[in-house]
Design a protein around this ligand. Sequence first.
Ligand code: COA
Length: 283
Amino acid sequence: MGVGSTGEPVPNKVLRSGRLRSLAYALAVAAGSAREEIANRVRAWHHAEQQAVCDVLKPWAHGTILRATRYPNYFAYNLVRVERDPRMSLEELVSVADDALAGFAHRRIDIEDITAADALRAGFAAKRWRATRLLWMRHQAPLPAGPQVTVEQVSYDAVNALRVAWHHEEGPSGRHADEYHQQARDVALHRGVQVLAVRSAGEPVAFAQLARAGRQAEITEVYVDRRHRGAGLGTALTRAAIDAAGDVKDLWICADDEDRPKKLYARLGFRPAWTMMEFTLWP
Ligand SMILES: CC(C)(COP(=O)(O)OP(=O)(O)OC[C@H]1O[C@@H](n2cnc3c(N)ncnc32)[C@H](O)[C@@H]1OP(=O)(O)O)[C@@H](O)C(=O)NCCC(=O)NCCS
């Protein structure tokens, strides 16, 4: 028998299960705050990366308006960033973007509070905005063994044909696309990215791209030519990029939360860190 807080006898079994419950609670709180810290770190990484490229950062009531005036076709750097639940209607938000991005061919709003984003999603879809639910992941489980595939480091331009093919699969085409590639090249070279590729018959058929800053790094791109998918190249390149990142504190990768690649990344040791949503209206 033990003694309870009011002095009455308490059976040891109950006391033990009470202690276990408080231990479980303390562990859950610690795990929750560790998760929150990781989410804050990836968000700070993402913001710092935007900040390094954008020349206009203007606070507004619910976040920041960002513009990179040298790169008007690079949607990811010309946007309204909504950093907390704006409690605004869709029309009000779109009107903020219309003002902030007047003169740009596109509109882009990133909502970092996923619950607020989910609530607005159907309305954006009705207006033909494209929504991408993005899952940021952190490498934190061991890399399993994988097949031997020759991966080599190449120049940024060595995989240009693959970049164009990828953009064609997903993005708007035409003049804006050509300008986008030029602007993306400028930004990537300025970031000092490392490009890894796999060749077939001498030509690159798949690539991954790694960016680093301080003790953090991000695998910013993984692409495999359509004809070579499902043969393990995406896995091999992601593995090689993890290796190339070396001993960093944080290694991030960002995936479409509603698509298959996140499973590939999870198999290689990436775990969910933070979810946000991008809304884009293409030219
Ligand atoms: C995502 C992407 C890079 C994957 O490349 P990949 O070479 O097909 O990847 P892998 O072959 O290593 O693995 C893909 C699938 O094939 C399977 N696979 C792996 N090796 C295989 C093999 N030898 N034979 C058959 N299937 C295989 C895997 O189980 C995996 O299944 P999953 O879809 O459930 O994850 C590729 O689909 C792509 O370029 N997509 C467009 C760009 C893109 O979305 N990039 C990711 C941005 S986050």
